[in-house]
Design a protein around this ligand. Sequence first.
Ligand code: C2O
Ligand code: CU
Length: 502
Amino acid sequence: LALPAVVATGAGVRLAMTAGHRSPPVRRFAVALPVPPVLRPVATEGGTDRYEVRQLPAEVEILPGLPTPIWGYEGIFPGPTIEARSGRPVAVRHRNHLTVPTVVHLHGGVTPADSDGYPLDLVLPVGRHDWPGHHVPDGPGGPGGTAGLAHGQRVYRYPNQQPAATLWYHDHRMDFTGPQVCRGLAGFYLLRDEAEENLPLPRGERELPLMICDRLFNEDGSFFYPSLDPELRDRPGVHALFADGVRGDTILVNGVPWPFVPVDGARYRLRILNASNARSYHLHLDPPPPGGAGLVQIGSDVGLLPRPVAHDSLYVGPGERYDVVVDFSRYPPGTSVLLGNGAGDGPTAEVLRFDVGPRVVDDSAIPERLGPDLEPLDVAGAVTTRTFRFLGGQGGLPATINLRTFEPDRLDARVRLGSTEIWRITVDPEHPFHLHLGHFRIVDRNGVPPEPQDGGWKDTVQVRAGEVRIAVRFTGHPGRYVLHCHNLEHGDMMMMANYEVV
Ligand code: C2O
Ligand code: CU
């Protein structure tokens, strides 16, 4: 390891690694893809499903023969999957048995402000009564309807008043989201509804959630994260980060490196989630099926599309989800099909491998019609247009939105509940934009119509260059929320802003 260079930025002292770190080599396609277990509710009261989640330190085997210490929801990585139904509320009690404060955000959820996981709504470790340097008044109740500080545990309430979608939950502690997600604090939250269940989409064993992320490992199997002390350098004012986001050389899917997946010659629904701290993927099937267009997109971040859209490849930025169906009966039995990453090189150019078995009876289908048409976007009639300029975060430069870093006490925008606004997100050079609460549709990219993969409602968009215009709808709940860069290190470097729904 070369000595890191210390870089001072407006938000504190940061560390930029000047030399590449290498993880121990792993044989690819040697482990079968696991599917995270589904968590059972502990009780159902008054129509609300109640869950208990312990945030636990644990040791798991990710690299063969080596123990990796993790922080996991229920001590596993990914955390257990929560399956919820539209219109049926869920309450999750999280208990923090870790050594640092935590915050849980339901990414894509339309959630009241006090359950959304505002980055300062810390849950202190069980038994801790204060936290040095924490400058938010003791809860309950933070500004703008956020929750404030909690001791040992917090109950997060999710109304689930939104259509079926692939959501996910992950840590969101201010300044430390990158390291805490890296240690394992992320899981799926699958929202289902009747409209979707009435469609003949692949289900059961042929519905696979795929949490894709990259990691760096030390020789002893522990995660490598460039920070300054054994507890993530958990000292106020010191955040040691790769200035441009932490990218790993080892690709994990559902917590294991480069898995293989035995599949029947049949259709499979793949719920693709990029849970990487900073890495983007350009996914394709290798070889493509005869005739191409093997990735048939049926859903965006927060719900089904009106109609399927077939792709040869998909860009997937950090935080985004793409719901796709792949028909493996288009391949001769015995074919090995790689899910490749055109944005990677060497080992990161590969993600996982499907091993296609014999053709089988398959009563699934991809209907021409998945849902009602989306209403046309009334761009000209929108009352408010705002610009958010995401600048910096690379090479030790401050990570800013409209030339400012996050200030918890500063409100950066106020929007009306029920309104639709046009926002221009401009970037230099590339940032994944994510908004809490509000969902949006893409109006255009650099003035030209959205790309085929941009359809439907979203909560995150990888702005690869220049500008994306979005139409954002604010529904659900008043209160204070954040928008930020989903490059988690940029977010920790305060590329984040407050907005309030009134
Ligand atoms: Cu997935 Cu505010 O984050
Ligand atoms: Cu960024």
